[in-house]
Design a protein around this ligand. Sequence first.
Ligand code: AMP
Length: 290
Amino acid sequence: MEILRTISEVKAAVRPRKRAGARVGLVPTMGYLHEGHLSLVRRARQETDLVVVSIFVNPLQFGPREDYDRYPRDLDRDAALLAPEGVDIVFAPSVEEMYPEPIRTFVEVTGLTEGLCGASRPGHFRGVTTVVTKLFNIVEPDVAYFGEKDFQQLQVVRRMVRDLNMNVEVVGVPTVREPDGLALSSRNVYLRGREREAARILYRAIQRAQELVAQGQRDARALVEDLTAFIAREPLARVDYVAVVDPETLAPVERIEGRVRLALAVYIGSTRLIDNAELAVDNPELEGAG
Ligand code: AMP
């Protein structure tokens, strides 16, 4: 496994392999890796010939009052986790390598980025789509792997690739969870003391939603109200949003039918956690046919 720090080294390593017919897989990450990241890496290893993992905490996607400075970073630990997975190249550039001068060009997906995390993190998705475009141009992957954990990000990247005819196939990988349901996240290291237990409220809310839908709840607003009150009963939790949206447009839906997505963002103490899941009503036509 090679650990490369510069764009020119990555291009020099990937291009000859690509020209010789290798299918290139890219897994973009911000590092401090966990089993969620590794499930993306394993999928890439199965499906592609040359696996590139990027590790870059992208300042462009953090707001001024967010956790850019304290975001956990440990390249030695990450490399030790990636080597046994058969990764070929780790691309770990510095901020200066990625942004040698103030960036004047941005890639922005409109509409899909306005709600959910986009509402509380202005500029976040513009930072994501801009850096992902740069990584696509540097690595020239055939396939790129993203987690469903960040569902809005996955759909925004898919839309960018479609709208701009990028020659990349985007693969979404299911969320990896702790045994108690908490979605793995690098930010889980921020949770202190009782906060870790309180963080279970996100997955418990998802399970509650699935139960209520199975029992016949079809009114999205009523479900959101129920879940908001349910989460509020956890003293360490503060809801940022709870939403039921169309999985493609990410616009709120009124009725729960077909396949819709439940998405939530909740502060546990000062740590903002997100999660999401599909709410599926398998046979909407038969509903009420008893
Ligand atoms: P991050 O390092 O948080 O930017 O995440 C890098 C990639 O890993 C993104 O595509 C995430 O959606 C994905 N990812 C993060 N956590 C998980 C998880 N628990 N399960 C699956 N994928 C994840």
